[in-house]
Ligand binder design. Structure first.
Ligand SMILES: Cc1cc2nc3c(=O)[nH]c(=O)nc-3n(C[C@H](O)[C@H](O)[C@H](O)COP(=O)(O)OP(=O)(O)OC[C@H]3O[C@@H](n4cnc5c(N)ncnc54)[C@H](O)[C@@H]3O)c2cc1C
Length: 438
C-alpha cells in the first residue's frame, strides 16, 4: 500500500493512495479537468506528482500531521496578514510574535520540558521549518531560526541549569529574543579570523570588539557571542558567552539597510569594555569554536527546511499565474517549455525535501549530520535562486513590480547562498570532509 502526500484545502496529509479522491487539490503542472483525472489515476497507481513516497523515509504520525496543520493555519491567519505592515516598518515586533508562538509550543520543540521545551522529535522541527518557509516573506522564518536553531542549541546542550533558567526558558517562552553573534566586519566566512576579545577580570569578562550582520539584534535581550578568550590563534581559544543586551558597554552602532529580508532587523554591534559574568560562559572556556561549529549544523538544516516550503509555494503560485495568463491565444502554461521548467524545478525540490528527511532521521538517531547539512544548505541556496529567477521571469513585467510577491521572494531568498556560510564555504567544508584536498 502506498503512502502519498496530498494537499486538501490548507492541510497537508499523508493518506493511503487508495483513499485519494479525484478532487484532490492540484499541485504544480496540473491544468484542465482531463489532466486532473489522469493525474488522479496516476496517483491511485502510486505514481504521478502526488506520489512522493516520503513515508518510506520519514514516518510522520497523526500528531505530526496535526502539528503541520496548526502551524499552517497560524502562518496563514496570524502571520501573513501582518507581513505588509512589518515590511513597511522594516521591523517585526518579535516579542509579541514569539510570545504567541511560545504559548503554542513552537519555540522549544526539541528542548527539555524542564525549561519549557516540548521534548519532541526532530520531525516537528522539519515541519515547523517547511511551514514557516511558506510565509509571505523570508524575514520571520530567519528570525525564528535564529531563536530556536542558531542562538539556543549550545545553551541547551552545554549550559548550566542556572543559565537555562535565566536565558533558555524565556527564549522558549518567547518573552526574550536572542541573537547569534559570530560574524564581524572583517571575518564572516573565516570564523577563525574573529577578533572580538573577552579578557578575564576577576569574575567578569571584559569584552571589546564588534559584530556585524546580527539578526534580531535591535530587539534582542541577549546574544550568544563567540569571542576570543585567550591568545591562542586560529580555531583555538574561543568561547561562547551569553551577553545580555543591557550589559554596560554594549550598544547597537547601527541598523543595516539590506537588499532583502527587510522586515528583519540586522545590526552592527559594539562592545566597549562590556562586562558580563564569567558564569555566562556556555560550556567549556576555550571550546567555543567547536561548540559553534555544531550549532552551525542545525542552522544549515533549518535553512534547507524553510527553503522547501518557500519553493513549494513559489512553484504553485507561478503555475497558477501561468494557467490564467493568456498569450498567443492560450494560457502561458500551455507552453511546453514553461511546463518542463516547472517540472524540473519541482523534481529538484522533491530531491531536496527527501534529502532533508533523510538528514532529519539521521539527526534523530544521534548521528553527525555535518556533511549532509552542508550539502542541503548548498543545494537549497542554489535551488531557491533558480526558483526565484524563474518565477520572476515567467511573471514578465508583473514579476518585477513590488506589488507582486515575486520581487520580495527574489530579494529575500538570495540570502540563502550567502548567510549562514556562503555556497563556497559549504564547498570548502565538503571538499575537506570528502577528502578533495591536496
Ligand atoms: C541578512 C544577513 C543576516 C545575517 N545574520 C547573521 C547573524 O545573525 N549572526 C552572524 O553571526 N552572522 C550573520 N550574517 C553573516 C553571514 O553569515 C556572513 O555574511 C557570511 O558568513 C559571509 O561572510 P562575509 O559577509 O564576511 O563574506 P566574506 O567572508 O567576505 O566572503 C565574501 C564572498 O567570498 C566568497 N568566499 C568566501 N570564502 C571563500 C572560500 N573559502 N573560497 C571561495 N570563495 C569564498 C563567497 O562568495 C563569499 O560570499 C548575516 C548576513 C546577512 C547578509
Amino acid at each position: 500500500m502506498h503512502q502519498s502526500e496530498t494537499r486538501k484545502g490548507n492541510i497537508t496529509l499523508m493518506v493511503q493512495a487508495e483513499q485519494i479522491p479525484v478532487e484532490t487539490e492540484s499541485c504544480v503542472g496540473v491544468g484542465d479537468h482531463d489532466a486532473e483525472i489522469d493525474r488522479a489515476l496516476l496517483v491511485a497507481d502510486g505514481h504521478g506528482p502526488n506520489h512522493r513516497g516520503y513515508g518510506h523515509i520519514m514516518q510522520f504520525s497523526a500528531e505530526h500531521h496535526e502539528f503541520r496543520s496548526v502551524v499552517r493555519d497560524f502562518v496563514e491567519n496570524e502571520i501573513n496578514p501582518r507581513i505588509p505592515e512589518w515590511e513597511d516598518a522594516e521591523m517585526m515586533p518579535l516579542h509579541d510574535i514569539f510570545s504567541k508562538m511560545g504559548s503554542l509550543g513552537f519555540l522549544g520543540l526539541e528542548y527539555e520540558t524542564e525549561f519549557g521545551g516540548q521534548g519532541a522529535d526532530h520531525a516537528f522541527t522539519v515541519i515547523l521549518g517547511e511551514e514557516f518557509g511558506r510565509c509571505d516573506h523570508g524575514s520571520l522564518p530567519m528570525a525564528l531560526g535564529v531563536q530556536v536553531d542558531m542562538a539556543t542549541p549550545s545553551l541547551a546542550r552545554f549550559g548550566t541549569p542556572e543559565q537555562k533558567r535565566r536565558y533558555l526558558a524565556p527564549a522558549l517562552a518567547g518573552t526574550q529574543v536572542c541573537s547569534i553573534a559570530v560574524s564581524e566586519p572583517d571575518a564572516g566566512s573565516d570564523v577563525a579570523g574573529i577578533r572580538t576579545r573577552a579578557v578575564r577580570d576577576g569574575d567578569e569578562w571584559v569584552i571589546n570588539g564588534s559584530k556585524m550582520w546580527i539578526t534580531n539584534s535591535l530587539q534582542a535581550d541577549w546574544l550568544c557571542l563567540l569571542a576570543r578568550t585567550s591568545d591562542e590563534g586560529g580555531y583555538h581559544g574561543m568561547s561562547q558567552i551569553i551577553v545580555p543586551t543591557d550589559a554596560p558597554g554594549f550598544s547597537v552602532s547601527r541598523k543595516l539597510d539590506k537588499l532583502g529580508m527587510r522586515a528583519s532587523d540586522t545590526g552592527l554591534l559594539s562592545f566597549d569594555d562590556c562586562r558580563v559574568p564569567v558564569a555566562n560562559t556556555i560550556g567549556e572556556i576555550g571550546r567555543g569554536f567547536q561548540q559553534q561549529m555544531a550549532q552551525f549544523v542545525v542552522e544549515r538544516m533549518w535553512a534547507s527546511y524553510t527553503t522547501v516550503g518557500a519553493c513549494e509555494v513559489a512553484l504553485t503560485r507561478t503555475a497558477d499565474y501561468l494557467r490564467q495568463r493568456q498569450a498567443f491565444g492560450q494560457p502561458l502554461l500551455a507552453n511546453q517549455h514553461l511546463q518542463y521548467t516547472l517540472a524540473e524545478l519541482s523534481a529538484d525540490l522533491d530531491l531536496l525535501r527527501t534529502y532533508n528527511y533523510a538528514i532529519a532521521e539521521a539527526y534523530d538517531r544521534g548521528e553527525d549530520t555535518t556533511r549532509q547539512a552542508t550539502i542541503a544548505k548548498l543545494t537549497a541556496g542554489r535551488l531557491v535562486r533558480r526558483v526565484a529567477d524563474m518565477c520572476l521571469q515567467y511573471h514578465g513585467g508583473m514579476g518585477y513590480v513590488e506589488e507582486n510577491w515575486t520581487a520580495r521572494f527574489f530579494r529575500d531568498n538570495r540570502l540563502t547562498s550567502v548567510g549562514g556560510g556562503a555556497d563556497e564555504v559549504m564547498l570548502q567544508v565538503l571538499a575537506r570532509t570528502d577528502g578533495f584536498t591536496a
